[in-house]
Each structure stands twice: as C-alpha cells, then as structure tokens.
Design a protein around this ligand. Structure first.
Ligand code: NAD
Length: 263
C-alpha cells in the first residue's frame, strides 16, 4: 500500500545523524524509503547509524561535516548532489548544549561556539540548500527546543536558550521567504528526550551541582506519562513533517514534550 508517509526515491540530509534524535530519525526516514545522507562531526557515530540503515536494506552515506563551518556545509551539499543529483528533505538537527555557565562567567568564545553550532549552522544549512531545492520544492525541519521559549528552567543555559529561540524565529522567516519555491520549513521543539546530549557536551558535569534550579524543574517528569520522550517518538514527527502527509504545513512550531512546556 502506498501511503502519504512513504519517501521512496526522496533524498534526505540529516545533520547530527550519528546520535540521539538525528539517528532515530535517519533510520525512520530510511525505513520509509528515503536515501539518507548523514552529516555529523563524529564519523564513527554516523557509521553506526549507517550500519543500522543498511541492515534494514536502506541506503545511507556519511559526509563528515562540522555544521558551524560554511566551507563544510558547501562541501557537504556538493558531495550530496554529486552522489544523488537532488535533495528533497533536510533535518537540520545537529546541536550542542554548550557548557553550563552563568552569564557573568561566560567567555565570549563559549557563547559563540554554542550559537555557531546551533543557530549559525541552521542559517548555513538552509541558505546553501536553496539552489538545490528551489526547482522542485522540499521539506526542511529544524530542531529547536522548549528552551527556546520556556527560558525559566535552566540557569547557565543562556547561550543554548538564545540559540534555540533564534532557530524558531529563523525557521519562520525561512518559511515565509521560501514558500514561493514550495520549500516548507517547520520547527520542532522537543522537551527532555532520552539522548546522550548531556554527556556529549559537558562530560565533567560538576557545574550542574553548583547551579541552583529556580523552580520545580519538570525535565523528565512530563505530565504525559511522567517520563522523558524517546528519540523514536520524535522520529515519528520528523517522518510526518518530511512527507506529503504534512504538505500544507509550513512555518509552524511543533512541541513534542509531553506538555512539559505548560508547567
Ligand atoms: P545528541 O548529542 O545525541 O546528538 C547530537 C548530534 O549532533 C551528535 O551526533 C553530534 O556529533 C552532532 N553534532 C554536534 N555538533 C556538531 C557539529 N558542529 N557539526 C555536526 N554535527 C554535530 O543530542 P540530541 O539530544 O539528539 O540532540 C539533537 C538536537 O535536539 C539538538 O539540536 C538539541 O539541541 C535538540 N534537543 C534535544 C533535547 C534533548 O532533551 N535531548 C531537547 C530539546 C532539543
């Protein structure tokens, strides 16, 4: 049976496809028939994702990419087009928490690193996709966070929250500007999801102990089922937004957080 969530012959780029939300989504898109390009700064992790996709009979290639660097993004698209000749879906998902640092202690370089990895990368990923997508249209999905608008919860996350709020605003501007090319742009805002993002970004985590959480912190205690989300649950949303099932949806923010953002 052909459904509107099948992606046969479509080419999907997943940034941060080596781990967590990106990995689960890449596998899900491949299962629906997409050819997947995994762009990650960690090639070893992306190799694991590729193996899982191949075990399902799917097609995946890895292009080692630092999404905060314009030359890497341009090289990534060049390689992708050489290999597949087109681009239909982008999941702009790679991101870091950054170090947990109070504003008064944060170095400008530290701020730049988080903003560049999360926000500048989103601009670069979208900008350099346009020449490849403007003829036939496509779907772009950006991973922001509940922290983009619910900024009370995390002391020490000013750069992260700012980058995530910026992604929301940028995604909506992009949806408006790119509608004429039939390129849809949507933003997802996950609550706490069970991934390695904490370990990947601040392994020696003593800072967490030092920072006072000002409210009854809801992470991991979401009203729906009192648990964090799973990457596979986000992947279901990504498949919907990537596919024709969402063909009239653009410029939206979709919260996937078990109502965490309402607390
Ligand atoms: P993760 O650490 O499991 O995966 C992030 C991936 O991005 C990794 O594979 C990492 O190697 C890659 N990456 C990091 N910097 C990169 C760079 N400069 N260039 C290319 N790749 C890079 O984390 P995750 O939880 O799956 O995070 C994915 C996205 O979801 C991030 O944007 C994150 O901010 C967002 N998010 C996560 C949560 C959560 O609770 N896990 C909640 C809200 C939003």
């Amino acid at each position: 049976m052909v459904t509107s969530q099948q992606l046969n012959e479509r080419v999907a780029l997943v940034t941060g496809g080596g781990s967590g939300i990106g990995k689960a989504s890449a596998i899900h898109l491949a299962r629906a028939g997409a050819k997947v390009v995994l762009a990650d700064i960690k090639e070893d992790d992306a190799t694991e994702t590729k193996k899982e996709i191949q075990a399902l009979g799917g097609e995946a290639v890895i292009i080692e990419t630092d999404v905060s660097k314009e030359e890497d993004i341009e090289r990534c698209y060049g390689n992708l087009i050489d290999r597949f000749g087109k681009l239909d879906i982008i999941f702009a998902n790679a991101g870091v928490n950054g170090k947990i640092t109070p504003i008064e202690d944060m170095a400008a370089d530290e701020w730049d690193q988080t903003i560049d990895t999360n926000l500048k990368s989103t601009f670069l990923t979208v900008k350099h996709a346009i020449p490849h997508m403007k003829k036939d249209g496509g779907s772009i999905i950006i991973t922001s966070s509940v922290n983009g608008n619910r900024i009370f919860s995390n002391f020490g996350f000013s750069a992260y929250s700012s980058s995530k709020a910026g992604q929301m605003a940028f995604g909506k501007m992009a949806a408006l500007e790119l509608a004429k090319y039939h390129i849809r742009v949507n933003i997802i805002c996950p609550g706490a999801i069970e991934t390695n993002i904490g370990e990947n970004t601040h392994p020696e985590n003593d800072e967490l102990e030092k920072i006072k959480i000002p409210v009854d912190y809801p992470e991991g205690n979401q009203p729906l089922e009192h648990r964090p989300g799973k990457p596979e649950e986000v992947a279901d949303l990504i498949l919907f937004l990537a596919s024709d099932a969402s063909r009239h949806i653009t410029g939206t923010e979709l919260f996937i957080d078990g109502a965490e953002s309402l607390l």
